[in-house]
Design a protein around this ligand. Structure first.
Ligand SMILES: [Zn+2]
Ligand SMILES: [Zn+2]
Ligand SMILES: [Zn+2]
Length: 364
C-alpha cells in the first residue's frame, strides 16, 4: 500500500486502450457517492424441479441446438433463447431516412447451460469442465460466423444475478451473434490498430509487460516527495503458464479483472486445447479470489475477440483477445450515466492487493 492511499486518492484515470473512457478514482473517507449493489444469497441446490435448465426438464426449453456429451447425461447444452433480442429477418430491413439509419435486427441469441448443477458457481466447476465449455464456445462461435455473412460479431457473455441481467438463476452463459460490432469492441479494435500503426506493438501485450515488469517512482515536482510508487506485479491478480489476470489501472468497475493470453493472440477461436486448460485454471482461481473478497457479488463476463470479416483481417497483430470480468458491487449513479465518467471508490492498486493476498491453495 502506498502512502497516498491512506489519505485517499482523487484522480481521473484514462483507459489506455480506449482513451475516450475514463474513471474517477475517489477513495477518500467520506467520498462514498455510490449505493452498494445487493449480494446474492447462495443457492446451493443441485436440482430444482421447476427449473427449465435442470436435467430432466429438457422439454421446457426450445429445441436443443447441441449438447455435450452427445451420449448419456449432458454436462452442457446450447438452446435458443426463449426471448431473443435478435432474430430472423424482418420485412422492414434497412431503412435509411435522413439521419435515421436502421439495420435489420437479424441475429442469433442462444443460451449455454453451463453445468447440470443448478446452483454451482464458476470456481466450483472442475477445470476440465470449464475448458470443455470454452471449446464449446469456440465451436458454436465458428458455426455462427460461418452461418451468415451478415453476422459481424459473436459475443459470449455471462450474467450472474438479477442486477447483472440474469433472469434464470440456474448457471448459464449466452451467445449473441449480431449484425454490428459492439461499440466497446470496435473502440478497442480502432485504438489498438492505431497504437500498432504508431509503435509497431500490440497495446495489450505492452500492458501485460508493464503489469509484469514495471517499476517506477513518481515524485512531486516541487517538494520532491513521492507521489506514487508502482511496484512489480502490482496489477497482477493471478498468473498461469499461458494466461494472466490483471486489475486494469483504469476500469469501470471497482473489482473489474481482465484475463489475457500471455502470448499474443487476436482470435479466441485460435486458442489451443492447452491454452483453454490454462485459461480454465486462471479463471477458476481468479473467481475463487473474487468470491473470498466480495462473496456473492453479481457479475458479468464478456469475451472480447477480434471480429470476423474483411474489415478486420488486418487486426491480427494489433488486437489481443481477453475476458472482462465485471463485478457489480455498486449501482451506477446518475452522474456516471450522464457523464460517462465512472467512479471507483476502491483504488485499483488496493483491489489488486486484496485479491492477490487471498489464500486459495486449498482449491480442489
Ligand atoms: Zn436449474
Ligand atoms: Zn498482444
Ligand atoms: Zn475488451
Amino acid at each position: 500500500m502506498t502512502n497516498e492511499s491512506n489519505k485517499g486518492v482523487r484522480e481521473i484515470r484514462i483507459n489506455p486502450i480506449v482513451p475516450t473512457e475514463s474513471v474517477l478514482v475517489a477513495t477518500a473517507r467520506g467520498m462514498r457517492p455510490k449505493k452498494a449493489e445487493e449480494r446474492i444469497e447462495r443457492d446451493t441446490r443441485t436440482h430444482v424441479d421447476t427449473c427449465p435448465f435442470c436435467r430432466g426438464n429438457e422439454d421446457r426449453t426450445p429445441p436443443e441446438i447441441t449438447r455435450w456429451p452427445e451420449q448419456g447425461d449432458w454436462e452442457m447444452r446450447i438452446v435458443p433463447n426463449l426471448y431473443p433480442v435478435l432474430g430472423d429477418d424482418s420485412p422492414s430491413s434497412h431503412i435509411a431516412f435522413g439521419l435515421q439509419q436502421v439495420i435489420d435486427g437479424y441475429g442469433r441469441h442462444e443460451v449455454i447451460i453451463d453445468h447440470p448443477d443448478h446452483g454451482i458457481i464458476l470456481h466450483e466447476m472442475r477445470e476440465d469442465h470449464l475448458s470443455t465449455l470454452f471449446a464449446l464456445f469456440q465451436r458454436r462461435m465458428a458455426e455462427l460466423y460461418a452461418s451468415d455473412r451478415r453476422l459481424k460479431y459473436v459475443l459470449v457473455f455471462k450474467n450472474f444475478g438479477p442486477a447483472a441481467g440474469a433472469s434464470i438463476p440456474h448457471t448459464h452463459s449466452q451467445i449473441i451473434a449480431m449484425p454490428v460490432v459492439p461499440e466497446n469492441v470496435q473502440n478497442e479494435v480502432t485504438h489498438s490498430r492505431e497504437h500498432y500503426r504508431k509503435f509497431g506493438q500490440c497495446i495489450f501485450c505492452s500492458l501485460i509487460d508493464e503489469a509484469l515488469t514495471f517499476e517506477a517512482t513518481i515524485y512531486e515536482r516541487e517538494t520532491g516527495q513521492i507521489r506514487r510508487k508502482i511496484h512489480v506485479g502490482q496489477y497482477v491478480i493471478e498468473r498461469g503458464e499461458r494466461f494472466v489476470a490483471i486489475k486494469p489501472f483504469a476500469s469501470r468497475f471497482e473489482w473489474e479483472i481482465h484475463i489475457l493470453p500471455l502470448a499474443h493472440e487476436a482470435d479466441f477461436l485460435q486458442a489451443s486445447a492447452e491454452d483453454l486448460a490454462d485459461f480454465a485454471r486462471v479463471l477458476r482461481r481468479t473467481m475463487a479470489r473474487l468470491d473470498k473478497v466480495v462473496g456473492g457479488v453479481q457479475f458479468n463476463f464478456f469475451l472480447h475477440s477480434v471480429p470476423h470479416g474483411e474489415d478486420y483481417e488486418n487486426c491480427g497483430d494489433s488486437y489481443h483477445w481477453h475476458l472482462e470480468i465485471c463485478p457489480r458491487t455498486s449501482i451506477p449513479t446518475g452522474f456516471e450515466l450522464g457523464s460517462g465518467l465512472f467512479v471507483s471508490t476502491v483504488s485499483p492498486e488496493e483491489a489488486a492487493e486484496a485479491l492477490r493476498q487471498v489464500e486459495i491453495d486449498e482449491l480442489p
